[in-house]
Design a protein around this ligand. Structure first.
Ligand SMILES: Cc1ncc(COP(=O)(O)O)c(C=O)c1O
Ligand SMILES: [Zn+2]
Length: 388
């Protein structure tokens, strides 16, 4: 195990590894540091080829010490699909879709939960709790079941029904709340001490981001260690964006890639675009969105604890933040589906109209290597599509 310590993303305070932690005492997210020299000597590019097709193939840069605690349902190592027909329609010869819908529980949330619940198990946790827009709940429920731990889930009433049913059918305790994910988070916060729950909210414990960062390792490995020019990522809490950026930094320090970085693009829905607004205003924190609404449930996150980290990444990468309407992102589900045979989640599909905007504005060149992240499966959102 190559973890050296944890550190605060805001104030830099260090913490010893091997203890159960949520946020830094300053209230900001904690991150995991590794002995990357040692990791690099153990995880050579050539040796990766023969490893298991899950995120645990990058175990030297993951936190679990005892391999018996590594939970797996087959998460990660999802296909990077060459979107040839969609690319042809857009005049883009190098367009790719990273298809995260092939993960267990059909979304990229499986990556974060696989690692976080493995760590919770290793550190002796018995009961877990999470506020969720839907997919994180499904993933928590599945990995908690696999680990034999209790899962307590709080979701907005208007969460896609598939997410509610999957949690119930994988043994979780589910409570629906008349409110937003931020209201669910407040309830978990108020009750956790009395109930003995460990809070696995986005970025409120250090290990979900470690699971999500494997998307960055995979992209590099699948693109022969040449990162793309642009990454479009549907952003709610932002763990994937933050995780991939961390992965690129680790890979550079291990000598696997150079200093060139993709331009990172946050995609949000117009009804809930706190990062887009903050980016445009030059702000360091997300804007407040009192009446957040979009059928892309994972993007219905009016306030993200890691907003300052995301905004910093967007700016340092030379990227941007783009919002699209619900009509555009729902139409894009059908466009991607018909062109590529991928029934994308509305969140993932939102990347397509965002890309079109950037091409129109001259911010993306059609010859560039562009990756769209399809973070989940459209089949979980049947209520978004009117019957015909
Ligand atoms: C399908 C899907 N895409 C994107 C997101 C946003 O992810 P993140 O919170 O990592 O920004 C979510 C979050 O629930 C989601 O379920
Ligand atoms: Zn701190």
């Amino acid at each position: 195990m190559n973890v050296t310590h944890l550190y605060c993303s805001a104030c830099g305070k260090q913490y010893a590894a091997g203890q159960l932690l949520n946020l830094c005492e300053c209230g900001k997210p904690l991150m995991v540091a590794y002995d990357l020299e040692r990791a690099a000597s153990q995880m050579r590019k050539e040796s990766l080829a023969g490893r298991e097709p899950t995120l645990w193939r990058y175990r030297e840069v993951l936190p679990v010490a005892d391999e018996r605690n590594r939970l797996t349902l087959g998460e990660g190592f999802t296909p990077l699909v060459r979107a040839a027909r969609l690319g042809e329609q857009l005049g883009m010869p190098q367009l790719y879709i990273k298809d995260e819908s092939l993960n267990p529980t059909q979304s990229f949330k499986a990556r974060g939960m696989a690692v976080a619940i493995s760590m919770a198990k290793e550190l002796g946790v018995k009961k877990l709790a999470v506020p969720s827009a839907g997919n994180a709940a499904g993933a928590l429920a599945a990995y908690a079941a696999k680990a034999g731990l209790e899962a307590h889930i709080f979701m907005p009433q208007d969460t896609p029904r598939a997410n509610i049913v999957e949690c119930q059918q994988t043994g979780a305790h589910v409570t629906l709340i008349d409110g937003l994910i931020t209201d669910c988070g407040r309830i978990v916060g108020e009750r956790k001490a009395a109930e003995g729950w460990f809070d696995v909210s986005t970025l409120k414990e250090p290990y979900r981001v470690e699971g999500k960062k494997t998307m960055g390792y995979e992209l590099a490995e699948q693109m022969s260690w040449e990162l793309p020019d642009v990454i479009l990522y549907p952003t709610g809490g932002g763990t994937g964006l933050i995780g991939m950026w961390k992965a690129f930094d680790e890979m550079e320090r291990m000598g696997g890639i150079g200093s060139r970085r993709p331009r990172m693009v946050t995609v949000q829905a117009e009804g809930c675009a706190p990062i887009v607004r903050a980016f445009a205003a030059g702000a360091g924190q997300g804007a407040d969105i009192p009446d957040a609404h979009t059928c892309a449930a994972g993007l219905r996150v009016p306030r993200a604890i890691g907003d300052f980290i995301m905004l910093d990444i967007l700016r340092r990468s030379g990227g941007t933040a783009v919002s699209v309407t619900d009509a555009e992102l729902l139409a894009a589900v059908g466009e991607i589906g018909a062109a590529e045979g991928i029934f994308a989640a509305p969140e993932g599909a939102a990347c397509l109209p965002a890309l079109k905007q950037l091409i129109e504005r001259g911010e993306v060149d059609r010859r560039e290597r562009v990756v769209l992240f399809n973070t989940g499966a459209g089949v979980k959102y049947l209520e978004c599509f009117s019957q015909s």
